[in-house]
Design a protein around this ligand. Structure first.
Ligand code: PHE
Length: 557
């Protein structure tokens, strides 16, 4: 069997994380991103303090169980020679339909990358602007024109008014930032697991936490800086996030609305990077003797800390103090509005706002890069083990769909429709579907008993059996209730119905892009599955269809 391992074309050279801290920081790096510092505060502000209830419930009932199951399934697959989701699912679910599941789980991270990298470029652009002293909100939009507000600057920068206008204001600069972000992601991914991802996360993660702490201290010591509204201070700002009642009598009634549960669950998925084929890939680089339970919990807790204690505590009081409750709620939960319009207005008012503006967008940029590289790794791993490409070839191939994606997102700039459409179909719909599928695979194909054993292997803490029930029964039940209710509401909605809107020009473009990714990756997964079967028939690799019941090979030294 050991021979199989070294000769296995599915994994010619097994790769492993270098250190335990390295893997925790890499997974936390994937998880901590724009979701923590912008998406979370925007959501919390939209629903008010009550949001924290479904948020914590979702973290415990669905977040942690899926985290544990993805780490366990990922390492299970890794020990059997596979690192990509199509490979891992080919052994966890060796039945028809596995290529579609594999394709689905490649489509999500690659598609999300296509717009995430664009937003990453805005973070870089904003950080540089603060650094060089031309803050958004103090520049003239056209020659001799008036100074624009931070919001107007953003809308002009992305060409929000009209398609194809993205390079109107600061066009060349923005384009350079996009190109830089594209390049840095490719370079890191080509440098590989240890010298690229692990190396970068090992210094970027502590640095970004340090920078966030500095910004946090600034925000928490603001007092009540707005003379006209002395009642707006840090405490009332914090109350905005932590008081569930929001001053209303029947505040708990909001909990009867499925929407808030859906929003909290979506936030947990997106933020923890779960249900999208990334963690299974990262976890596959663990060794048999490595601990899974403690490391996965540490990474998830680290993400929670960055989200609630850093992102939430920085952004929510800051925008509340400077903009007031009305304006803040007027953001309507918009992630981009909060991050790139409201916050720059805040830094424009804040004492030493230029410095803190720089620090904030710089940390956002670091957080975004550690996430975006994790969106590429599953695709790279797949092209390597499924189609036997070298890493730089694989990176070159992945550059094509992602470049097409980012160009579409940039070109269809009016209301950022393509960005919004791709985000919805992948980061909401796509994730829900995949998370559900993964849980079903855990329960019925891998089996709770085997799944629990996979989680326990090498673990440094005892894992009680009820964890199996939580992953295999409670989580799927909870998810089905939320998902089905939400789907029903979506399909029957008269306003903002995503299913009805599909036929409209740019929406169709965004949806078409998603569909093309799905078809392309499913086809490639199918080809890879055939190859693995042929190799197994020739005795070159163990048969993936038997992997569920056979013992894995030993780790390479
Ligand atoms: N978790 C990341 C964030 O919070 C986003 C992400 C999505 C990362 C998909 C990896 C894959 O921003």
């Amino acid at each position: 069997m050991t021979d199989h391992n070294s000769a296995s074309p599915a994994a010619p050279h097994r790769q492993y994380w270098a250190t335990r801290l390295g893997v925790i920081l890499a997974v936390a790096g994937s998880a901590v991103g724009l979701g923590n510092f912008v998406r979370f505060p925007a959501q919390a502000v939209e629903y008010g303090g009550i949001f924290m209830i479904p948020y914590f419930v979702a973290f415990i009932l669905i977040g942690l169980p899926i985290v544990w199951s993805e780490w366990a399934m990922g390492r299970f697959g890794g020990m059997r020679g596979f690192n990509s989701a199509p490979g891992i699912f080919s052994i966890l679910y060796p039945r028809p339909g596995k290529s579609l599941i594999g394709g689905w789980s490649l489509m999500i991270p690659v598609g999300i990358y296509s717009y995430y990298v664009f937003i990453e470029a805005w973070c870089l652009a904003y950080a540089l602007k603060y650094l060089f002293g031309v803050m958004p909100g103090t520049v003239a939009l056209d020659e001799g024109g008036e100074t624009a507000s931070a919001a107007a600057y953003f809308l002009h920068m992305v060409g929000y008014g009209e398609n194809g206008q993205v390079f109107g204001v600061d066009g060349a600069f923005l384009l350079a930032c996009v190109a830089f972000c594209f390049a840095i992601n490719l370079v890191l991914i080509i440098r590989g697991l240890n010298r690229g991802i692990e190396w970068f996360c090992r210094w970027a993660m502590p640095l970004l936490v340090l920078v966030a702490l500095i910004v946090l201290v600034r925000v928490l010591t603001l007092g009540s800086p707005v003379a006209a509204a002395p009642e707006r201070n840090v405490l009332t700002g914090l109350g905005f996030m932590w008081n569930p009642d929001g001053g209303e009598e029947h505040w708990w009634r909001q909990l009867l609305n499925a929407q808030i549960w859906m929003a909290a669950t979506s936030q947990i998925f997106f933020s923890l990077s779960i249900g999208l084929g990334v963690i299974v890939c990262y976890a596959s680089y663990l060794r048999r003797r490595d601990d899974v339970a403690l490391s996965s919990t540490a990474a998830a807790a680290g993400n929670g800390f960055c989200e609630v204690a850093l992102g939430g505590l920085i952004v929510i009081p800051a925008i509340f103090i400077f903009l007031g409750a009305d304006q803040v709620q007027g953001l309507g939960g918009s992630t981009l509005g909060t991050g790139f319009m409201a916050l720059p207005s805040v830094f424009a008012e804040m004492p030493a706002g230029r410095v803190f503006g720089f620090l904030f967008f710089f940390l956002l940029f670091l957080a975004a890069v550690t996430s975006s590289i994790s969106m590429l790794q599953p695709g790279i791993a797949f092209l390597e083990e499924g189609l036997h490409l070298r890493r730089f070839q694989a990176a070159g191939i992945l550059a094509v769909p992602t470049l097409i994606g980012v160009l579409l997102v940039m070109w269809y700039s009016a209301n950022l429709v393509v960005l919004d459409t791709v985000d919805f179909w992948l980061a909401t719909f796509g994730i829900f579907m995949l998370a559900m599928t993964q849980l079903l695979i855990f329960t019925f194909s891998l089996g709770i008993r085997r799944g629990l054993a996979a989680l326990r292997e090498g673990s440094q803490v005892g894992i009680p059996s009820w964890v199996g029930v939580l992953i295999g029964v409670v989580a799927p039940l909870y998810l089905s209730v939320i998902f089905i209710t939400w789907l029903y509401q979506q399909i029957t909605a008269t306003e903002g119905n995503r299913f009805h809107a599909l036929a409209q020009g740019p929406v169709l473009v965004g949806f078409g892009f998603v569909l093309a990714l799905l078809i392309g990756f499913t086809l490639l997964s199918w080809i890879a599955n055939r190859r693995w079967r042929a190799q197994a028939a020739a005795g070159l690799i163990p048969d993936p269809r038997m992997a569920l019941v056979s013992e894995p090979e030993e780790d390479a030294p």
